[in-house]
Design a protein around this ligand. Structure first.
Ligand code: ATP
Ligand code: MG
Length: 307
């Protein structure tokens, strides 16, 4: 079992969009990998997106929380993704979440042999702290300056609680180069990248663009629609594929490297077959480097380093 939590105290930075769409993409790129998603938020987006049966579920995360296991609670949903139905109100759970180990214990007792994705609410309260503790990796979406400061709080919390900041990876979301912040008119995203580097935070190389298409996928009545199936041909469509591959390698769910022709190991997602040319392979991130260094290979970050 591997557990990936998505967390930001800032609302609307794309936590749920990233969590749900990663689940769909990961199922698609790795059919043999069972993917389970659950949310400590009670907005019910997960249920609307994945539930095959519109009738309210008999058992939700609330039952799992009191019985101490997910047995009988997990449902098979759309796109082959399993999910845990969300309770209509998570405030009761919160009062029973003082022990941060509880969620991890529930997951371990359930014996899920695959990936678990945890979507969280925009807070750093007891349920989110359970998710942070349960996670092998915490993905921190950063969309603007406020969410960057919120990511700082999660890093501080991880350090304070002995989990360590290397458990987290920043993911730039809602990237729009037209958004400018300072007097020189530099794109906000460049300033964010600069700051992230200054603070020496580990990052995911992939970035997710702001996309009008994605906005419409979530805003209709009925089910939120998956980017994989409804946004072909857009930049975010490709970015989610790259993110899914990066997450698989990062969580050691995929062979982390292949051997290039010249005998050096390169990350699987930079292999020449997919990007073309031996030269590319040679320049690819070396497999023996820490995952945080792989971020330097990102186009965005390369641009920053050149300046
Ligand atoms: N890449 C994107 N491009 C455009 N719009 C997006 C993108 N990602 C998310 N959105 C939109 O932004 C809004 C917030 O996204 P989302 O619900 O995923 O964020 P969140 O962090 O989970 O929010 P909350 O804090 O309320 O849980 C939604 O309306 C969603 O459709
Ligand atoms: Mg959300």
């Amino acid at each position: 079992m591997r557990v990936l939590a998505i967390s930001s105290n800032k609302g609307g930075v794309g936590k749920t969009t990233v969590a749900t769409n990663l689940a769909v993409y990961l199922r698609a790129v790795r059919e043999d990998l069972p993917v389970l998603i659950l949310s400590t938020d009670d907005q019910g987006i997960l249920d609307r997106m994945f539930a095959l049966d519109p009738t309210p579920p008999a058992k939700t995360l609330k039952h799992a929380w009191s019985q101490g296991t997910l047995d009988g609670v997990i449902q098979l949903g759309e796109y082959g993704v399993h999910f845990v139905p969300s309770p209509s109100d998570t405030s009761i759970l919160k009062t029973r979440a003082e022990r941060r180990e509880h969620l991890r214990e529930i997951l371990e007792r359930s014996g899920w042999n695959g990936l678990v994705i945890l979507d969280t609410k925009s807070d750093l309260e007891a349920l989110t702290q359970n998710a942070l503790y349960a996670a092998d990796r915490v993905l921190l979406p950063v969309a603007d300056w406020a969410s960057l400061e919120e990511a700082a709080k999660v890093f501080a919390l991880l350090e304070r609680s002995g989990l360590g900041k290397d458990r987290a990876r920043v993911l730039l979301t809602l990237v729009d180069r037209r958004t400018r912040l300072d007097e020189q008119g530099r794109p906000m995203v460049d300033l964010l990248v600069e700051e992230i580097f200054k603070r020496e935070w580990p990052v995911y190389t992939t970035t997710i663009s702001r996309s009008p298409r994605v906005e419409t996928l979530n805003s209709g009545f009925g089910k939120p629609q998956a980017i994989l199936h409804h946004a072909q041909g857009t930049a975010v469509y490709k970015q989610f594929k790259a993110l899914a591959e990066e997450v698989l390698v990062d969580l050691k769910l995929e062979e982390p490297f292949v051997w290039a022709d010249d005998g050096t190991p390169v990350f699987a997602h930079t292999q020449p077959a997919r990007r073309g040319g031996r030269e590319e392979a040679r320049r690819g991130a070396r497999a023996d480097e820490a995952p945080s260094l792989a971020g330097i290979a990102g186009e965005l970050l390369k641009g920053f380093l050149r300046r």
